[in-house]
Write a protein that binds this ligand. Structure first.
Ligand SMILES: C[S@@+](CC[C@H](N)C(=O)[O-])C[C@H]1O[C@@H](n2cnc3c(N)ncnc32)[C@H](O)[C@@H]1O
Length: 244
């Protein structure tokens, strides 16, 4: 899909203010903070930050050096340096700038994801880390969304032109071919049925002032389970390390 069209769609989607204070930290943010050292000074870029909800949570946790880029216009992201640009063409002066780059649910919009990964590598400091999440090929969620798109569901319009036909192994080998080491792989929301059940019952319970118990994302799981999740969950998560 053309970038201008995608930009317009996302600007409309993000028009409704989410109650950021009520949000649980998503798995991408939990993973990122797990891999950062305990000081709150790392320079963090969110590549494709949308309405800035992840950056907002990070600033609430005390992180101070926050940058965001996206193709959409933003005017009110407090405490964040925002630039409007594409993740596969980051500002030239950002070479070696960041301790950490988070790219959550964006890389599959690129026709050439390797160009995006190259840009991340360029903009990371030595020993910097990249946290990447993506819908991938062997996920029930991807399949269901493909069927919905095929049936013409309006709610899927922003996803036309996404590349979900890439397996997580492709992202891994792209990152490795750029001399990045995979520190961690996993995924989140593994069961479509649980996910549907919890969102429906959550809506019902909320009316009565209750909330469905949230299953908190855990980073330290057995390796076989993380490998499985990285392939089949709603989103894959990879943590890549830029060596010296
Ligand atoms: C699913 S949202 C994810 C937003 C945010 N990362 C989050 O986790 O809440 C996808 C975002 O990617 C942005 N996007 C798509 N293609 C992009 C590109 N080439 N460069 C920068 N941002 C892009 C969209 O504008 C949208 O804000």
């Amino acid at each position: 899909m053309e970038r201008e069209k995608l930009k317009n769609i996302y600007e409309c989607l993000f028009k409704d203010e989410v109650r950021k204070d009520e949000m649980e930290p998503p798995a991408a943010v939990v993973t990122l903070t797990h891999f950062l050292s305990s000081d709150k000074n790392p320079i963090i870029l969110e590549a494709g930050c949308g309405d800035g909800r992840n950056l907002y949570l990070l600033s609430r946790m005390g992180y101070e050096n926050l940058f965001g880029v996206d193709i959409i216009d933003h005017t009110n992201m407090e405490g964040v340096s925002y630039q409007q640009c594409s993740i596969d063409n980051l500002p030239a002066e950002w070479t070696g700038k960041f301790d950490c780059i988070l790219c959550a649910a964006v890389i599959y919009f690129l026709d050439d994801p390797k160009q995006g990964l190259k840009e991340f590598r360029r903009c990371l400091k030595e020993n910097g880390i990249l946290v990447l999440t993506a819908h991938t090929k062997y996920s029930v969620f991807s399949l269901i969304r493909k069927v919905k798109m095929w049936l013409g569901f309006q709610s899927m319009s922003h996803l036309k032109g996404c590349h979900w036909d890439r397996d997580v192994e492709e992202y891994i080998s792209m990152a490795e071919s750029l001399d990045m080491k995979i520190l961690y792989r996993s995924g989140f929301r593994t069961s479509y049925i649980y996910h549907k059940f919890s969102t429906i019952s959550d809506r019902i319970l909320k009316r009565f002032g209750y909330r469905f118990p949230v299953i908190r994302f855990r980073v330290n799981l057995p390796e076989f389970w993380n490998n499985f999740k990285s392939k089949h969950a709603y989103y894959s998560i990879l943590v890549c390390h830029k060596g010296q």
